[in-house]
Design a protein around this ligand. Structure first.
Ligand code: PMP
Length: 471
């Protein structure tokens, strides 16, 4: 089509003149223009090439109940009419915030081993939820007379957000280099992804032993008395849907507990059903001291996050309250009544429609289809998933276990062709992976349609992949 006849042409030009995009190459945007997305409903969104595509990303892993749900629009409109905004500072409160805190705690308390989680702090993004955790851990250790306990452990490949503190906990170099991150006191451990980072011939169990030994050595070397906390996603998302080795998380947790180091579970992706369980921590039987949540709590219909803390941390803050004064942390939009109302309706809708059970079932279906249809492809090295969080990892040579180099962008080539074929896929920034995280409301026919489009995209990309593999 003549570019200027495209109805989005003027908008695309205006975009280039006016916006600095997050996580976007300015050079590429100026050369190619933005990709304009339009209206969305269910699992489909109007794509930039003039046709609808199935969104296998659920936005950024967040549109759990699918797009365009009337119930959520109604909840927002009604909440805006009742109380469009009020804050929680200085003891102010509002009904939707109280009810949502109670609902989140109730969901945790229904799962084994989470009875100790006792208070919810609200924010607006996954990043600020992790920054809140980062600050509360420091506060907690200062209050209990351990001010030297300040270091944080995280993992290479982790994604915890891009504000300053969370950005340093993130373990993906591309996010660090321009910003003098990570900050002092953050240590990244080996990425727990066996397929890519195990030594030749190393079994998954041996790989796990090596990771645990590294953690032990790090604690010993740095001194447990200097380490405040470790943060971990139950399954690393942006890193590449990296499913840790069996028993890794429980062994990490046991070591941390033994050394009086707090365990923060970043459930910004895995919270609210993505793994086919309400929470990843329940899915893996973990008992974190802090859990951070965002995205799926409102299915991204409103920006809202939560940092959930244990009774022990809360008691320490409470006991010091008379002497130390207020908790001097918070945001204008903490406990926003519109966001909390949307979240309450979103969670009610998820229950009414059994969306978590659907995620478990559809996850099995998705993996089966992917393995059937793409498992033999010469550049597909690994297909993995848990619930509706799945990935395909590309290799340049299967037999030799040779990987593409990241800057070659093999996975970006595949994603580009997939979009033409009718499915929006996300190429991830750490290793050569495209992720599959559709809305949890997806049905088998939609999965089949999306997988077929993915396979067509992969076939169309193959000549380019052949060239990259030889490069
Ligand atoms: N933690 C995890 C695990 C995430 O996946 C993300 C976002 N992808 C974040 C934190 C940061 O969330 P936000 O972009 O809302 O700040």
């Amino acid at each position: 089509m003549d570019q200027q006849a495209n109805p989005n042409y003027a908008l695309a030009e205006l975009d280039k003149q006016t916006m600095l995009h997050p996580v976007t190459s300015i050079a590429a945007l100026e050369a190619d223009g933005p990709q304009m997305f339009g209206k969305a409903s269910g699992v489909r969104i109007a794509g930039p090439l003039g046709h609808d595509v199935i969104d296998f990303g659920a936005g950024l892993w967040c549109v759990n109940v699918g797009y365009g749900r009337q119930e959520l629009a109604d909840a927002a409109a009604s909440a805006m009419r009742d109380l469009s905004y009020y804050h929680l500072f200085g003891g102010a409160s509002n009904e939707p915030a109280v009810r949502l805190a109670d609902e989140i705690l109730t969901l945790f308390h229904e799962q084994a081993g989470a009875g100790h989680l006792s208070k919810v702090f609200f924010g607006t993004s996954g990043s600020d939820a992790n920054d809140t955790a980062y600050k509360l851990v420091r506060y907690y250790n200062n209050l209990r007379g351990k001010p030297e306990k300040k270091k944080f452990l995280a993992r290479a490949g982790a994604y915890h957000g891009l504000t300053y503190a969370a950005g340093g906990l993130t373990g993906i170099p591309a996010y660090h280099k321009a910003f003098d991150l990570p900050q002092e006191g953050v240590h990244h451990l080996t990425c727990p992804h066996h397929f890519r980072f195990a030594d030749a011939g190393e079994t998954e169990d041996n790989f796990c032993d090596r990771l645990i030994a590294e953690l032990e050595r790090t604690i010993e070397h740095e001194g447990a008395e200097t380490i405040a906390a470790m943060i971990a996603e139950p399954i690393m998302g942006t890193g590449g849907v990296l499913i840790p080795p069996r028993r890794y998380l429980e062994r990490v947790q046991a070591l941390l507990r033994k050394n009086d180091i707090l365990f923060i579970a970043d459930e910004v992706i895995t919270g609210f059903g993505r793994l086919g369980s309400w929470f990843g921590t329940g899915h893996y039987g973990l008992r974190p001291d802090i859990v951070t949540l965002a995205k799926g709590v409102t299915s991204a219909y409103f920006p809202l996050s939560a940092t959930v803390i244990s009774e022990d941390i809360f008691e320490t803050l409470r006991d010091a309250s008379a002497e130390h004064g207020p908790v001097m942390h918070g945001f204008t939009y903490s406990g926003h009544p519109v966001g909390c109302s949307v979240a309450l309706e979103n969670l009610a809708l998820m229950k009414r429609e059994n969306i978590v059970a659907n995620a478990a079932e559809m996850g099995d279906h998705l993996l089966r289809r992917l393995r059937e249809k793409a498992g033999d492809h010469p550049f597909v090295g690994d297909i993995r998933g848990e619930g509706l969080m799945a990935a395909v990892e590309f290799v340049a040579d299967k037999a030799e276990r040779r990987f593409f180099r990241l800057p070659q962008g093999a996975h970006r080539v595949v994603a580009r062709h997939c979009l033409q074929q009718g499915v929006a896929m996300r190429p991830l920034p750490f290793i050569e992976v495209v992720s599959f995280s559709p809305p949890l409301s997806i049905n088998p026919a939609e999965i089949d349609e999306g997988v077929d489009a993915f396979v067509r995209g992969l076939e169309a990309a193959t000549p380019e992949l052949v060239k990259l593999a030889a490069d």
